[in-house]
Design a protein around this ligand. Sequence first.
Ligand code: IVH
Length: 688
Amino acid sequence: MLYALCDLSDLTTLPILSKMGEMVPETIKKRVENLREEIEYHNTLYYVLDQPEISDAQYDRLLRELEKLEEEYPELRSPNSPTQRVGASPLETFEIVRHTIPMLSLANAFDETEARDFDKRVKKFLGSSADITYIAEPKLDGLAVELVYDRGQFVVGSTRGDGIHGEDITQNLRTIKTIPLQLIRKEIPAPERLEVRGEVIMQLKKFKDLNRRREESREPVFANPRNAAAGSVRQLDSKITAERPLEIYCYGVGEVIGRTFKTHSEILQIFPKWGFRTNPNIQRCQNIEEVLEYYHRMNEKRETLPYEIDGIVIKVDHLDLQTKLGEIARSPRWALAFKFQPKQETTKILDILIQVGRTGALTPVAVMEPVKVGGVEVSRATLHNQDEINKKDVRIGDTVVIQRAGDVIPEVVQAVTSKRKGTEKKFRMPSKCPVCGAEVIKEEAIHRCIGLDCPAQLKGRIKHFASKRAMDIEGLGVKLIHQLVDKGLVKDVADLYYINKEKLIALERMADKSAQNIIDAVEKSKTKPLSKFLYALGIRHVGETTAEDLARQFLHLDDFFRLSEEDLMEVEGVGPEVAASVHQFFGDQKNKESIELLKKAGVKVIETKVKEKGNFEGKTFVFTGTLKTYGRDEARNLIESLGGMTASSVSKKVDYVVIGEDPGSKFDKAKELGIKTLTEEEFKKMIR
Ligand code: IVH
């Protein structure tokens, strides 16, 4: 197998030649090995154990040293090097891997009686009435994978597949930071062969962020975090996987050669010592009653967890008992999945309302009799669009099944047609916008208001413009946006920079302090990197990634008024649709005027400096004293636009302290800690 050839141990036996055809010095080989081990160790401390010992900057230094050595001595490159976590060349297809020991599935229980029956079966099979010690774990809703380690090196990673054969997704799994590329051997030596099993998941928040970005760039969204995790892990191009926020929790072993265990809990205890992440909610239970208590506790906790679980898994702790119990019908007799009630409910649709978004898209929303789904009261659910309503044949007055996937917007799954009385009404999208009365047109599945002055669109645009990832105007929430638009104080995003405190105070429930906070937040948002500004404009098809790509290619905002569609298409990832949309946006007179007004109000768009990015990437800066050239926020935004970070106090984690006029105690602290200081001139040179 290919991986055996790339195994690190070969590096010590093969004669290794450098780029120039010279032998690679033994000291370099050793340094590369040590660096890889050290980086993996710190990676585990950071991502798996959440106990970092070194600063990000120190970690980056180690990684850069390794990158440099691998650049100089390409023969030393290894697929298991931490430098390879960014992904490898795309594959044509996945190879098939046969699991040494089949990856079984679990028998299910849906209520306490079935869970107790499981306990009875176990005891009966073992011919004993003594309490059984169980390990209870959350049943994570992701994708099961197997990781194979050969003398401590990660060599193959695969999907569960049909349990016997899976797909070889090694390249993709290497990009997941919570998967060790080599085992830590500080405390416990690496076994000759170790097969580890676990679940790859995507956290709910990360899933929502991913979907939001996909929606913005008009890519199909994932239905739930599990699909997002599975879709990301099964990419032929591992560079795409590397960009997806995936993580793993390990919960078991397959074949192990060179190490024995007595209990499942022993395996779970050793896992983190080797660098594998285990779930913090796992519990040892002395009997089935404790398991049932755990089940109820987890069912309650479920809503607060950052990832989705759909039940608990119960495992007999003693491995010799597991062996005695064996398996039946492709499931072990020693384990059980005890599922939670599905987060589906039935309720009645009272009405269907229409929401108009910032692009004018009309979304039908079902208003329902309030009902609790998975512990949370729900009274609204999205119906997506008219085509979806037609497909599901959902009518006003219908009894419907609704579901919630995590805290994602609830959706209507289907109508319960057997409950129809004949009084239900079919829903039709209006031909005029319910907010502004302008004409509604249909573009593929989407109905869209084409009104130029639609207040709903304006509210949506302002919300997007002020959002955290755009101009980041803190405190400008939906309620205030509604007030500002309804009172006619804001007719365009640029008007936000012209409101004064008096006008704000005149609004309902607006105190002096809150008004001042808004004014300050608006002021603070004035300096922004080009990418954020482009994104804030809400140009159709331009999500965060496209905005960043555009800003990297064309450094100045003013360029965009001159660019042709062909010019725009030179940017990687920008196709005709995006190019046409950007071109049309900057050609529009109203948009030109709005950008002019923003500039006049003092909004400063900082060009994206790409070449120097390396100087700032991952570096932390602190300012002390007054700078002559930049305001504090401006300097902060500048550093962030170049990939750096800023902090307010000096600590060992800080890389540079920039000294302005009349510096404070931070200057002394920097000297005391031996942190590099920069004069304003030196800082400016670094930026140029
Ligand atoms: S143990 C024979 N532990 O559930 C033991 N599985 O239906 C099988 N799963 O394919 C695996 N969380 O994807 C185990 N803590 C956990 C789990 C877990 C989720 C999934 C896994 C497996 C499926 C079995």
